[in-house]
Design a protein around this ligand. Structure first.
Ligand SMILES: NC(=O)c1ccc[n+]([C@@H]2O[C@H](COP(=O)([O-])OP(=O)(O)OC[C@H]3O[C@@H](n4cnc5c(N)ncnc54)[C@H](OP(=O)(O)O)[C@@H]3O)[C@@H](O)[C@H]2O)c1
Length: 211
């Protein structure tokens, strides 16, 4: 088993066929959200999020997607949900829902390379609405796959991520969505951006999965 093949309890995840990157912003009390919103507004952090994820694939839970309200431009968005897509188009983008669109990722017995999908150029905005992990792993495999929240998805998948881009927000807001104790699985991280002047101040670190 590789370091990526450790499904957390209760989550049916096939062995990962590609690295998973996590990206999140967390307060000192581990709050990441309140009433399905972010508890802060940090334009510089948004800019980092955009620069890091542009042209790649974002994976998010249905509630996080609803809080954003549309697929983010110039990226592929995968919404994970056990429900069927509500409509065929969201924010002007066609919803590609599951089974007939995405071939299943290979089982361990099959070749380790997912069947290639027709990939849009990096400037394209796409929206997939999927219900299981084998489909998620097969989406545009040549791109980076970013786990983008929310609390449920981080709880299920953070232990499987290879890299964690984490914004440490110097605040202790009220909240109802929390980040897992990432220090169980990740190193202390390298500082990428320090913003002591912003309100609240924050530091972005890149944490690597412990061996
Ligand atoms: N600070 C940050 O970096 C950050 C980032 C993202 C989000 N957030 C915050 O996090 C909060 C939302 O988090 P949340 O925990 O409430 O919701 P969430 O993780 O965004 O979404 C949960 C939903 O995802 C679907 N889901 C979860 N696991 C699944 C699985 N294994 N298979 C299929 N579907 C699955 C289910 O959708 P169905 O119910 O449709 O089946 C579930 O109800 C918000 O406050 C948001 O602002 C913060």
């Amino acid at each position: 088993m590789s370091q990526f093949e450790k499904p957390s309890a209760g989550t049916e995840v096939p062995p990962l066929t590609r690295p998973l990157y996590a990206i999140a912003a967390m307060a000192k009390n581990r709050v990441i959200g309140c009433a399905n919103r972010l508890p802060w507004r940090l334009p510089e952090d948004f800019k980092f999020f955009k620069q890091t994820t542009i042209g790649h694939v974002l994976l998010m839970g249905r509630k996080t997607f609803e809080s954003i309200g549309r697929p983010l431009p110039n990226r592929t968005t995968i919404v994970l949900s056990r429900q069927t897509p509500p409509v065929a188009s969201v924010g002007g983008v066609d919803v590609m829902d599951s089974l007939d669109m995405v071939p299943p990722a290979p089982t361990p017995a099959a070749p380790a390379v997912p069947a290639p999908l027709p990939s849009p150029p990096s400037s394209a905005t796409s929206l997939y609405w999927l219900s299981d992990w084998s489909q998620v792993l097969a989406v545009e495999p040549e791109k980076k796959l970013f786990l983008a929240g929310g609390a449920q998805l981080y709880a299920e998948m953070l232990p499987l991520c290879a890299v964690l881009f984490l914004t440490h927000v110097e605040a202790e807001p009220e909240g109802d969505a929390f980040f897992p104790d990432y220090r169980r699985w990740f190193d202390d991280g390298e500082v990428l951006i320090k913003s002591p002047e912003s309100t609240p101040p924050f530091t972005i670190r890149r944490h690597l999965r412990l061996p």
